[in-house]
Design a protein around this ligand. Structure first.
Ligand SMILES: [Zn+2]
Ligand SMILES: [Zn+2]
Length: 131
């Protein structure tokens, strides 16, 4: 059983079983709503996931619903009953163990930021570099 939740801890979720898929999404909507260049999602059947705590929902398109914590703002879930009927996507960055579900694919690469292609070549520092 995997568990996760928002930054402040008021929203928690538990997952039973394996994901249908795990995908990095590069779309513009995910980028804007998260404030991050891309978002890693894990898809489960809705009856595999139990969410506790008060959540807020934003309609990012006609059928897309993005759930977030109204207290700290962490986005954690996506549903779309037209495109992904019966499924719920959870942001793997909100898992207690964010390494637990490595991505299998990337989607919406048409929207991917060009500089993502070279990100592995950027200089890396284990912590902030001293200047
Ligand atoms: Zn929160
Ligand atoms: Zn997306």
């Amino acid at each position: 059983m995997l568990e996760g939740g928002c930054y402040c801890g008021k929203v928690r979720y538990a997952i039973e079983g394996d994901p249908v898929y795990v995908a990095i999404c590069n779309c513009t909507d995910c980028r804007k709503h998260s404030g991050a260049p891309m978002v890693c999602w894990s898809a489960f059947k809705q009856d595999q996931v139990t969410i506790t705590g008060e959540t807020a929902t934003f309609a990012s398109s006609e059928h897309a619903r993005r759930q977030f914590c109204p207290s700290c703002g962490t986005g954690f879930a996506y549903t779309n009953e037209v495109v992904l009927p019966g499924l719920i996507d959870l942001q793997t960055g909100t898992l207690d163990d964010p390494e637990a579900l490595p991505p299998m694919i990337q989607v919406q690469t048409a929207d991917r930021l060009n500089w993502m292609n070279g990100i592995g070549e950027l200089p890396g520092f284990e912590r902030y570099p001293s200047s």
